[in-house]
Structures are given as C-alpha cells and as structure tokens.
Design a protein around this ligand. Sequence first.
Ligand code: FE
Length: 212
Amino acid sequence: MSERHHGHGHDHHHHDNHFTDMEARVKALETVLTEKGLIDPAAIDAIVETYETKVGPRNGARVVAKAWGDPQFAEWLKRDATAAIASLGFTGRQGEHMRAVFNTPDTHNLVVCTLCSCYPWAVLGLPPVWYKAPPYRSRAVIDPRGVLAEFGLELSAAKKIRVWDSTAELRYLVVPERPDRTEGFSEEQLAELVTRDSMIGTGLALSPEAAR
Ligand code: FE
C-alpha cells in the first residue's frame, strides 16, 4: 500500500497548495459578497452540502448503475476505468487516473488517502469532512473492520476487506454489489440505490425497500 504513495510527495505538495489557494480565493470572494449583502453564508453552506452529498456522487452513481446493467461496460470499467468513466463525460484533471474496484461476495473494498485527502472528484464531487480527518485516514488502514462498524456496516468475519490508498495520480471508485430484487430496474432506478458512501466503501448500495 505504501509504495503507491512513493514519488507522490512532491506532486502532492502542489496539489495541496493549489487547493489552499483556491480555498483562500473562495473565502475572499465569499467575504466580499457577504459584506456587500449579495449572498447569505448559510445559503453557500447549503450549496456546498448539495455538492458533497447530491450532485457530485450522482456522477459516480451513474457509472455504477451502468456497470450493473451492462456487462461490457463493467468489463471496460475493470480494465480501464479512466476511459470508461470519461465515456460518460466525467473527466478529472489531466494526469488523474481512475481505478474501479469491484465488491464481490468474498471481498469488500474501502478507499482512503492516508497522506491527505485525494478523492475522485470527477465522480464523487467534494470529499466529506470525515474522509479528510486524521482518525479516518489512519484507522481505515489499521482497523478497517472497526471503522466500518462505526459507519454501521458490520461485515461477516469471512469477508475480506481490501483497503486502497489514493494518491494524486491514482484514485479509486468502489463498485458496490448490485442489491437483490432489482431485476428489471432501469439505469436511473439503479443509480438511486448507489450512495456516496457505497462508492468509498464505508457503506453498501441501498436495497430497493430502503431507497423508498
Ligand atoms: Fe491525498
């Protein structure tokens, strides 16, 4: 796992500084607009919340739903996730590669960035606060089963957990298992069952009953 991060320290710095720059600019803009009475900070928070939990992850949900319904697309996603995902119009910055890891009856996949907060923006939008927090970043590797239990996900002891450490160059999308009793569902209906957390690995896809 750690060798994936080698050679990534330098670039990483760039990516973090860049992000901090951007945050500073956004903050400055927000302050000016608020002082001029043009925006309401609470409305901004609501918009960010929407991007974190709704708009961003809908892209990933479409990828997963298509993979569930279209075996050829699933094969392509396994082989070359960057290209398969780009075919749906979701592309990251140049040089950012995607890998899709598929949950199976034997194996559950969990994604973390131990060094900072690398996250597949193009398909999941903004990372949740806990993803960037040190406790998740360290404990996801040391005690993945314990972390999943805290997310309310109790996996059988027989199920293996694979933890994938993201970098600035390579980011992971978990393809959760398709829920039972979804035969005949359209891609749109399937996408409704795909939560953000199920694509990070801290959750499962919803059952059709739970999604109602
Ligand atoms: Fe990172």
